[in-house]
Design a binder for this molecule. Structure first.
Ligand SMILES: Nc1ncnc2c1ncn2[C@@H]1O[C@H](COP(=O)(O)OP(=O)(O)OP(=O)(O)O)[C@@H](O)[C@H]1O
Length: 475
């Protein structure tokens, strides 16, 4: 899921840091990070304007450049997932099953993480102590390794975005969320207010359509669910990004979250992952209430965030090292798993190179490897297949399918309807921050393909007028 800022964020970050030469030898394990990496937050942004269905060229031209909107969450994610220093000063809590092996201090090999490279990073909240959690290990060979609960650094509470403040509800709530699948009445779309157009305006005219009422299939037993989300809501200024979403995700399945751009998928996943705080509602991960035990809930999860910004001056090996030790794994285990994951994701040859030199797909893969390294019970993956080539997609899918077959749960967002149709046992269609359909793929799509159903729920296709000049060719 991209934001207006995403296209520029990587290049900005890249330009702000010194590149590591591509053929530079692998500098080995990562150094500890300087404490001055943490930069004070920026002042709050003004509330973003309400979206309009019609955009005139004049309006577009006069609009200021889009502000990066969720740098804070990304930065917190980056900090929480990768770069909180594995300091020997930070006490690592004892595991239920076995003591945590102390992480070996590592020697700096090069300056890491200049201030410019993390300019948007907000300070991290104080680390909360980790409570040992009694849980049955997943039946995998990895699970038989010394079970080490995470160190506290990973479970840093996310901060609210800098422009986050509550506001009035601007979108009417959908009234009936439990309409039977078989008899869906259609209701007309609300009429739009007339808009004064410039003569050369580009007009997107929605075709006449009817939007079905929400569809929610037979419910799953929340007692055994890997994830139960109830009524979560999130406002960004005057924008209601998520509007009372309910989800129940059974354990051991792929669960898809689909919806048009700006529907609220990333915001929802960010709240589930603990990177954003919900304004309202509750989240339970494997029975652990995320509000009362955020560390316990986060311990259950591996997260692939929506943005691929990370501490990309580290090599792939260093990055995975941090992912692992911050989850409390002993160095030897991290090393072994790093090699396994790199082989699986076809990154072995790239492990010694700086992540800033990776392609987008490679960054996604190394971050996905980082989300897996502590063998979590729930994977929260925001568009895991975006930018990934078909061969790598098939490999990732294979890895995840095996994970799911062994009891792991994956909730993922995707714009790939065919993939969701093929892979996910259940899905939710989110439109304008609300779940319009939920259930098995068959239940949601009905007689249509999932793509047709998606388009229908998303408001149908639009006819575009005002771009005739595009067909005149300037040469
Ligand atoms: N930090 C933020 N500040 C202000 N508005 C935000 C912020 N994050 C998200 N939004 C807004 O919330 C709404 C939902 O955004 P979100 O990123 O969750 O959508 P999405 O479904 O993931 O979209 P896409 O498929 O395009 O990635 C959008 O209107 C977006 O502009």
């Amino acid at each position: 899921m991209k934001s207006p800022s995403e296209g520029t964020s990587k290049s900005t970050a890249k330009s702000a840091v010194k590149k590591t030469p591509r053929n530079m030898p692998d500098p080995g394990p990562p150094p500890p990070l300087p404490a001055d990496l943490l930069i004070p937050p920026r002042p709050p942004l003004p509330p973003s304007p309400s979206p309009s269905r019609v955009t005139t060229s004049a309006e577009s031209a006069s609009e200021p450049p889009a502000e990066p909107v969720v740098e804070t969450e990304s930065a917190v994610e980056a900090l929480a997932e990768t770069l909180v220093e594995p300091s020997t000063d930070t006490p690592t809590p004892p595991s239920v099953d076995s003591p945590v092996e102390p992480v070996e201090p590592v020697e700096p090999v090069e300056p890491v993480g200049s201030v410019e490279s993390v300019e948007s990073v907000d300070p991290v909240d104080p680390v909360e102590p980790v409570e040992p959690v009694d849980r049955a290990p997943v039946e995998t060979p990895e699970a038989r390794e010394p079970e080490v609960e995470s160190s506290a650094e990973l479970f840093v509470e996310a901060r609210a975005p800098r422009n986050d403040h509550t506001s009035e509800v601007i979108a009417p709530r959908l009234e009936d969320r439990t309409f039977p699948l078989t008899a869906m009445p259609l209701r007309p779309m609300a009429a739009e207010a007339p808009v004064a157009l410039a003569p050369d305006a580009v007009v997107v005219r929605p075709r006449p359509l009817e939007v079905p009422d929400p569809v929610v299939a037979a419910s799953v037993d929340p007692a055994t669910a890997a994830l139960v989300v109830k009524g979560i809501t999130k406002n960004f200024g005057e924008t209601r990004a998520v509007d009372g979403i309910d989800l129940t995700v059974p354990a051991g399945i792929f669960y898809g979250l689909v919806g048009p751009n700006g529907a609220g998928k990333t915001t929802t996943l960010s709240m589930i992952a603990g990177l954003l705080r919900a304004d309202r509602g509750s989240i339970r991960v494997n029975g652990i209430d995320a509000a009362s035990d955020p560390i316990g809930a986060k311990r259950q999860m591996g997260v692939l965030p929506d943005r691929l910004r990370t501490f990309d001056r580290l090599t792939g090996r260093q990055l995975l090292h941090y992912y692992g030790v911050l989850r409390g794994l002993p160095s030897a285990v991290v090393e072994r798993r790093t090699a396994d994951l790199a082989r699986a994701f076809d990154l072995s040859d790239a492990l010694g190179r700086a992540v800033s030199d990776y392609s987008a797909g490679m960054v996604k893969k190394v971050m996905l490897a980082g989300a897996l390294i502590h063998s979590p019970r729930l994977l929260v993956l925001d568009e895991p297949f975006e930018s990934v080539d078909p061969v790598s997609s098939a490999i990732i899918l294979d890895i995840l399918s095996t994970y799911v077959a062994h009891g792991g749960t994956v909730i993922l967002s995707s714009h790939g309807m065919e993939l969701v149709e093929r892979v996910c046992a259940r899905l939710a269609v989110v439109v304008a921050g609300q779940v319009l359909a939920e259930g098995t793929v068959d239940e949601v799509r009905g007689e249509l393909t999932l793509e047709q159903r998606f388009i229908e729920l998303a408001g149908g296709l639009s006819d575009v007028e005002g771009l005739e000049w595009l067909h005149t060719f300037s040469d």
